[in-house]
Every structure is written in C-alpha cells, then in structure tokens.
Design a binder for this molecule. Structure first.
Ligand SMILES: Cc1cc2nc3c(=O)[nH]c(=O)nc-3n(C[C@H](O)[C@H](O)[C@H](O)COP(=O)(O)O)c2cc1C
Length: 202
C-alpha cells in the first residue's frame, strides 16, 4: 500500500461499500479459537501503520506497540508463569501451564501501550481515548488484511510484575493485548446495543 506524502491532498471521504461491510460485520474471534497463520512481517507493518493513524489531538502519539511473535511468546510465557505463581503459589500444574501458554493462542500478539504525556496541554482523557482508537484501528486493519483478532486485557494487563517485566514507565498502561491470527471456527453474532436506548436527539 502506498502511503501519502506529508502535505499531500487526500480525499475527505472514501465511499466504500466493502469498508461499510467490514465495519458492519466486525466481530472478535476469542483467542482460544485462533491459530496460525498470522500476518507476515510486511503485512504486520502495514497493520501497525494503519493502527497508528488514529485521531490524535495535537499529535502527542500517546501510545506505543510491543510485538510478540515466534519464540518471544514463549519467553513472555515464563514471565506470565512467574507472575501467576507469585499471586497463587499453590496453583495446580494444569492452570500454571495454561497461564504460561496464553500468548501461544495466536501467532501474533500486539500490546497497545497507552503512554500519557502529563505535561502536554492535550488532556489526559483525550490521550487515553487515542490509545483506545488505536486498538480499534488495529482490529479493523487486521480484519481488512484477512485476519481474525481479539482485544484482551485479562489479569496480566494489570499485574505489577508483568508491567515491570515489560518495562512500562509510570505514565504507561496496557490498553490491551490484540491477539491476531486465523479463526479455527466462525464466531457467532452477539447482542448489540439497542440504538433507541443510547441515542437522543437534541
Ligand atoms: C479494553 C478492552 C479489554 C477487553 N478485555 C477482554 C478480556 O480480557 N477478555 C475477553 O474475553 N474480552 C475482552 N474484551 C472484549 C473483546 O475484545 C470483544 O470486544 C468481545 O468479546 C465482544 O466481541 P466483539 O468485539 O465482536 O463485539 C475487551 C475489550 C476491550 C475494549
């Protein structure tokens, strides 16, 4: 995909029935139902490039990515295992193995790290929302490239030992782990918000 040059004129809208369909049918695939293949290196770069194109008030870039793939997932598994055992030293072997192998559920896992610049005049709330938009863009970009995905936090997004092992700074938090791969089986539609109960007209 050719990316625009800085300052290049861009169409203000991109009417696309295909994009409308993608958005209307977007559905997460639970991590337990993911398998290989995942995106190759150039495709992953394109997915991350699209994800990083989220709305960002005053261009703070209040986020970053950590990519887990290949053996890196297994290495991180040892961190998960140690963190889990620190919380539950008497856990059963099978449960410990399950926690260690969480990142093995998908060929690629992306941590979206929210990174707030507290000195910046863009409010923290807006910077946090940008990280959320990045996560959603990541899901959409994965889907448009033919991959299933799920946004997960689970316990380890909030675990002090895991956060330390990932090298997060005091102004950083895990917005989510986006698991990306191929669906073993098609997900079913789930209930969606009733528009009448969430829309008012002023
Ligand atoms: C910030 C965030 C954290 C989430 N964490 C989890 C999680 O830990 N486990 C889970 O099953 N779903 C989690 N979800 C929800 C799933 O990603 C997904 O949205 C849900 O299964 C519904 O599917 P849908 O995306 O097709 O609506 C999270 C979503 C968000 C936005």
């Amino acid at each position: 995909m050719k990316l625009p040059e800085l300052g290049e004129s861009l169409p203000p809208a991109q009417p696309s029935p295909e994009a409308v369909k993608l958005l209307a049918l977007r559905r997460s695939t639970p991590a337990d139902f993911l398998c290989a293949p995942g995106p190759d290196a150039p495709t992953l770069t394109e997915i991350l490039t699209i994800a990083a194109r989220a709305p960002d008030h005053r261009r703070v870039t209040p986020f970053r990515f950590i990519v887990f793939e290949g053996e890196g997932r297994g290495r991180f598994g040892e961190t998960l295992k140690a963190a889990f055992l620190a919380n539950d030293p008497g856990a059963a072997e099978a449960r410990i193995d399950y926690e260690r192998d969480r990142f093995m559920r998908a060929p690629v896992v992306i941590a979206v790290v929210s990174r707030v610049d507290r000195e910046h005049r863009t409010p923290e709330w807006e910077q946090l929302m940008t990280a959320g938009a990045v996560g959603q863009n990541l899901l959409l970009a994965a889907s448009a490239h033919g991959f299933a995905a799920q946004w997960i936090t689970e316990w380890y997004a909030y675990d002090e030992n895991v956060i330390k092992a990932l090298g997060l700074e005091g102004n950083e938090r895990i917005a989510g782990f986006i698991y990306i791969g191929t669906a073993k089986e098609a997900p079913k539609e789930r209930a969606r918000p009733d528009l009448q109960s969430i829309v008012t007209y002023y």
